[in-house]
Design a binder for this molecule. Structure first.
Ligand code: NAD
Length: 476
């Protein structure tokens, strides 16, 4: 059965202004599974106007934090009650193994709403008692209309990471999910209406980026904040568009995470976490540990164990609970990732294990013999492909880890606490995981250095971005 998804604007599910549609292709079946409204600039304008009206006329921005929190918790309850439909929507859109959409993405989406609802409700604002008979304090009012532009690799989870704090702080939102993954955003907006979020507070528009609805959102003078997650080059285009209206933006972009395994690491644990770091979501993770630096003393032993673990991963149907590696998100993406495997060989490296799998699948792949400056070591491949390189000492490892334009995250495995502190400090990244991967505290700053990001989100960092902090000074 082919499903149908419209835009959600002003509390209604509507077709495009010009009636255009496109299809979302299920990468597991390699067949269209949904017909989706295809937005244009006119649809962006209509959604921004609905969000503006909802912001100006209320009641959402003026509601108390506890009242908003109550509604957002109701939305979280509904996400949990509809978990299976949401998990299947993301799996159908982009092929993520159902064990991940069920086990991680959907629960994290509910958690994002609960966390930001509570965070906004209990956060105190600063007061600045002044000695001279004056008194100052900070107010955190909503910024206004937020445009949220999301990628396809964690469709529901990353949409909620933006929508939840924006709503909790009293903004209204226009979300544009990626064209590859429109379904869960629509389901989320339907549930938001059911939860009692007023019409126009949370709108969704579908369609493409450049020259289309996405670009129109970023150029709109009616938008007060742009929060974007996606590729670094898209971030550059969005920065240029936002500059015209001086719209503040938050950019969470690509990565080429270094994973450094020191000789003193617990090897069983290092292998287990490193496998997760590379192959979660079939490697389509901005935070993937796609450069694996292993100290020379243990290089061969680690590589043998890592290869065996990679070859043991279950590759198959994304709807099968046992599957760990599903298809890549699209034919084009499959071509891009397999193109990097061919490039590695042309540049003189070796694909130790992996390669093309059935359909749009790429088997868990390990590249050895590449150089630090090779394209496979420098560029984001965004698939189940790791480049493994040996290193001799701590300085060499840090230098190599810092040697890409990206700076999203790094992992390190060691039992030496002092070294863990030293290396964490020396790495030019937004997140360092020591002896683990992907573990999050939603209060902590999240974002990237270099080409990986501008700004930070999470806890109070999201508050800074989604509000217009105001100083109020009084003579007393
Ligand atoms: P993408 O940049 O191609 O698209 C992301 C979104 O931007 C989509 O909704 C797309 O339609 C829209 N878009 C594209 N061009 C636009 C334009 N000119 N104006 C406005 N909108 C535009 O990225 P993707 O392929 O969907 O996602 C994969 C990328 O996202 C990878 O680089 C990955 O590392 C990155 N990512 C980063 C994080 C993070 O937290 N740093 C998280 C997940 C993914």
């Amino acid at each position: 059965m082919v499903e149908s998804f419209g835009h959600i604007v002003g509390g209604h599910e509507v077709p495009s202004v010009d009636g255009a549609t496109f299809q979302s292709v299920d990468p597991g079946e390699r067949e269209p599974w949904a017909t989706v409204a295809l937005g244009s600039a006119a649809d962006a304008d209509r959604a921004v106007a609905a969000a503006r009206t909802a912001f100006d006329e209320g009641p959402w921005p003026e509601m108390g934090y506890p009242e908003r929190a109550e509604v957002l918790h109701r939305l979280a309850d509904l996400i949990e009650a509809n978990a299976e439909a949401l998990a299947l929507a993301d799996t159908a859109d982009m092929g993520k193994p159902i064990s991940e959409t069920r086990g991680h993405d959907v629960p994290r989406a509910a958690q994002n709403f609960r966390f930001f609802a509570d965070h906004a409700a209990i956060t105190a604002a600063e007061a600045f008692p002044m000695a001279s008979g004056y008194h100052a304090f900070a107010q955190y009012g909503p910024a206004g209309v937020v445009a949220a532009i999301a990628p396809w690799n964690f469709p529901l989870m990353l949409a909620s990471w933006k929508v939840a704090p924006a709503l909790a702080w009293g903004n209204t939102v226009v979300l544009k999910p990626a064209e590859q993954s429109p379904a869960s955003a629509t389901l989320l907006a339907r549930l938001a209406l059911e939860a009692g979020i007023p019409p126009g507070v949370f709108n969704v528009v579908h369609g493409y980026g450049p020259g289309s609805v996405g670009q129109a959102l970023t150029e709109s003078p009616g938008v007060d904040r742009i929060t974007f997650t996606g590729e670094s080059n898209t971030g550059r285009a969005i920065s240029a568009a936002a500059a015209r209206n001086l719209t503040p933006l938050s950019l969470e972009m690509g990565g080429k995470g270094a994973n450094i395994v020191f000789a003193d690491a617990d090897l069983d644990q290092a292998v287990e976490w490193s496998i997760k770091a590379v192959y979660t979501n079939s490697g389509q993770v901005c935070l993937a540990g796609s450069r694996l630096y292993v100290q020379r003393d243990i290089y061969q032993e680690f590589l043998d164990r890592f290869r065996a673990a990679a070859e043991a991963l279950v590759v198959g149907d994304p709807r099968d609970e046992a599957t760990r590696i599903g298809p890549l998100s699209s034919r084009e993406h499959h071509e891009k990732v397999t193109g990097y495997l061919d490039l590695a060989v042309r540049d003189g490296a070796r694909v130790l294990t992996g390669g093309r799998g059935p359909g749009w699948t790429v088997l868990p792949s390990v590249i050895v013999g590449a150089g630090q400056r090779d394209r496979v070591t420098q560029e984001e491949i965004f698939g189940p492909v790791v480049v493994v390189l040996p290193f001799d000492d701590e300085n060499g490892a840090v230098q190599a880890a810092n040697d890409t334009p990206y700076g999203l995250n790094a992992m390190l495995f060691t039992k030496d606490l002092s070294r863990a502190h030293r290396v964490s400090r020396a790495l030019r990244v937004g997140t360092v995981w020591t002896n683990c991967f992907f573990v999050r505290d939603l209060r902590a700053p999240f974002g990237g250095a270099g080409d990986s990001g501008v700004g930070r989100e999470g806890g109070a960092y999201s508050r800074e971005f989604f509000t217009e902090p105001k100083a109020v000074v009084m003579r007393i």
